[in-house]
Ligand binder design. Structure first.
Ligand code: HEC
Length: 482
C-alpha cells in the first residue's frame, strides 16, 4: 500500500466514524402513508426514506438537519403530486435540510421552497409543472442545487432568491419561462447546467423593493444555453412576463458577473443581454438598489446562431441599428458605458452591439495552477471550485421578536411581495394603504387568505406560522419603508 492509499483509507474510516456518531434515526414512508407524519415524528439529524408511491401532500420541515430521501425501485419514484389543488410540495425553514430523488408534479406554487433555511442541499429531483417556481431557496446561506431536472414552470425553474454562497450545478431546465434565476443574491456559481427551450435561459438580476438590495459576484460557467425561444407564458403583469422570448443569458443590474466558457446558441433574441434595471422593471424605484450592471466579464463563450428572430422591443431596437437580426451579445442602456467597467474577450468572434466602450478582458483566462485564489477575485474563475462556504453557515434562528419577524418576512412573504412593485402578490405599499396599522387584520388574512383581486392568483394560506409570529410579521410588513 502506498502512502496515498493509506491516507485515503484513513479518511474513509474517519468519515464512517463521523457518520456513525452523527447519524440519526431512519424513518420509512411507504405508499399510502404520510410523509408529514414521519417529519412530525423525526428529530434533528434524522433521515426519512420515502418509497415509491403517490403522495398528495404539502410537507413542512421546520426542524434542523432533516434528510428527505426518495427511494427509487425498478424505475418507480416516490411521486409528490399536487393535482393542481395544493400550493407547495416541500417547504423547509429548518437548517441543514437535504432532499433528493423525488418526482414532484402539478403543484400551484413551488416544488421545493426554502424559507430562510441555511446549509441546504437539493439534489437529483425531477420536477414538472409545479406552478410558479420549481426549486426556490429564499433567503438562505450556503446551499447546493445539483442534478435536478425541471420543466414547465411558469416563473423560474430554479430561483435563487436573496441567498448567498450557492452552487447551482449540472441541472437541466427546459420549457420554463425562466430557466435559472439568480435574484438579489451574492456569491453564486451556476455551472454545467443545460438551459434550453425556456423563454430566458439564465438570468442574474435585482428585483426592487426586497429586503436584500444587491446581486453580485455570480459566475455563469460551462453551461449549455440553447434555443431559449419558448413564448413567454408567465402571469401577465409579473416581473418575468417582461423577459423577451429568445433570451439566452440576461444580466440586469447584476454586478461582478462572469460569463465564461458557456455554449450559447440558437437564442432568437440574443445570446447574452446586459442591461440596467429599467429593462424589465424599475430598479431605480428602489433608492437603495443600484440599477446598473457593473463589472461584467464575458470570456471565451462559444456563440453562434443567436438573434435569428428578435422579440418585441428588441426587434425594434435591432431595426434601429439597420439589422433584422439580434446579436450574440447586446449591451443596452447604461450597460454600454465605459464607467461600468465591463470587459469582453475575443470580441471579434461575436456579433455584438453596444460594446464599443467595453475594454478587452486583460487577465488571461488560463492561470498558473498555483495562483492564489480569493473568493472575491473575479479574474480567477477556473481555479474556483465552489461558492459554498468551507464550514456550514451559522444556523438561522427565528426569535419571537422583530428580528425574527424580519427573517420570516424575508424568507416567506418577500417571495411574493416587494415594497413597491408587483411580484406574485400586490406591493407592500398597497397593503399598507389598505390596512393602515391594523396588524390583527393582516395576521388573520395571512392564516386564511380569501380571493380579493381577479387579476392576481390567490395567496396560499400561511397557517403554519404561529399566531404570535403572524402578528409580528404583519407589524413588520405594515412598517416597511423600502
Ligand atoms: C406564494 C405567494 C405569496 C406569499 C408567500 C405571500 N403572499 Fe400575500 N398575497 C399573495 C397574493 C397573490 C395576494 C393577492 C390575493 C388576492 O388579492 O386575492 C396576496 C395578498 C396579501 C395581502 C392583501 C390582502 C387583501 O386584503 O387585499 C396581505 C395582507 C398579504 N398578502 C400578506 C402576506 C404576508 C404577511 C405574507 C408572509 C407571511 C404573505 N402575504 C405571503 C401572494 C403571496
Amino acid at each position: 500500500m502506498n502512502k496515498k492509499t493509506v491516507f485515503h483509507g484513513f479518511g474513509v474510516l474517519c468519515l464512517l466514524l463521523m457518520s456513525a456518531v452523527t447519524l440519526g434515526a431512519v424513518h420509512e414512508v411507504k405508499d399510502g402513508e404520510s410523509i408529514q407524519a414521519a417529519v412530525t415524528k423525526a428529530q434533528t439529524g434524522d433521515t426519512i426514506r420515502v418509497f415509491p408511491g403517490t403522495y398528495h401532500e404539502t410537507v413542512f420541515i421546520d426542524k434542523d438537519d432533516i434528510s428527505l430521501v426518495g427511494v427509487i425501485e425498478d424505475g418507480e419514484w416516490p411521486h409528490l403530486d399536487g393535482e393542481k389543488v395544493l400550493n407547495d410540495a416541500i417547504l423547509y425553514s429548518g437548517n441543514g435540510f437535504s432532499v433528493e430523488w423525488f418526482k414532484i408534479t402539478q403543484y400551484k406554487g413551488n416544488a421545493i421552497m426554502g424559507q430562510s433555511g441555511n446549509n441546504f442541499s437539493i439534489r437529483n429531483n425531477w420536477v414538472i409543472d409545479t406552478g410558479l417556481y420549481g426549486i426556490f431557496p429564499e433567503f438562505g446561506h450556503n446551499g447546493l442545487i445539483e442534478n435536478n431536472i425541471l420543466s414547465e414552470i411558469e416563473d423560474a425553474a430554479i430561483y435563487v432568491g436573496m441567498s448567498d454562497y450557492i452552487d447551482v450545478r449540472n441541472n437541466q431546465v427546459f420549457d420554463n419561462v425562466a430557466g435559472i434565476e439568480v435574484e438579489n443574491s451574492r456569491h453564486v456559481l451556476v455551472e454545467g447546467n443545460v438551459a434550453r427551450n425556456n423563454t430566458g435561459g439564465i438570468l442574474v438580476f435585482i428585483t426592487p423593493g426586497l429586503p436584500i438590495k444587491s446581486s453580485y459576484d455570480a459566475i455563469i460557467r460551462r453551461n449549455f444555453v440553447t434555443n431559449n425561444n419558448t413564448p413567454n407564458f408567465a402571469i401577465p403583469g409579473s416581473l418575468v412576463a417582461g423577459i423577451p422570448s429568445g433570451t439566452g443569458i440576461l444580466v440586469m443590474s447584476g454586478d461582478k458577473v462572469v460569463i465564461e466558457d458557456n455554449i450559447i446558441t440558437g437564442n432568437n433574441t440574443g445570446g447574452i443581454i446586459v442591461t440596467s434595471g429599467d429593462f424589465v422593471t424599475e430598479v431605480a424605484s428602489d433608492k437603495e438598489s443600484d440599477p446598473h450592471s457593473d463589472q461584467v466579464e464575458i470570456r471565451n463563450n462559444i456563440m453562434f446562431d443567436n438573434g435569428n428572430d428578435p422579440d418585441g422591443e428588441m426587434k425594434l431596437l435591432m431595426l434601429s441599428k439597420f439589422s433584422t437580426k439580434g446579436p450574440d451579445i447586446l449591451a443596452y442602456q447604461s450597460a454600454t458605458q465605459k464607467e461600468r467597467g465591463s470587459c469582453i474577450s475575443r470580441r471579434e468572434a461575436y456579433r455584438s452591439y453596444g460594446l464599443d466602450e467595453w475594454t478587452d478582458c486583460d487577465a488571461p483566462t488560463v492561470r498558473a495552477v498555483d495562483a492564489v485564489v480569493s473568493a472575491d477575485d473575479i479574474g480567477t474563475t477556473r481555479q474556483l471550485m465552489t461558492k459554498m462556504l468551507e464550514a456550514p453557515a451559522d444556523p438561522r434562528v427565528i426569535t419571537a421578536d422583530a428580528d425574527g419577524a424580519e427573517v420570516v418576512y424575508s424568507g416567506i412573504c418577500a417571495g411574493c411581495h416587494a415594497y413597491n412593485v408587483r411580484l406574485i402578490g400586490p406591493p407592500a405599499l398597497v397593503i399598507q394603504a389598505q390596512y393602515g396599522d391594523d396588524v390583527q387584520a393582516v395576521a388573520d388574512y395571512v392564516a386564511n387568505p380569501e380571493r380579493r383581486r381577479p387579476d392576481f392568483p390567490s395567496m396560499p394560506p400561511q397557517g403554519h406560522i404561529s399566531e404570535e409570529m403572524r402578528l409580528l410579521v404583519a407589524e413588520y410588513m405594515l412598517g416597511l419603508e423600502g
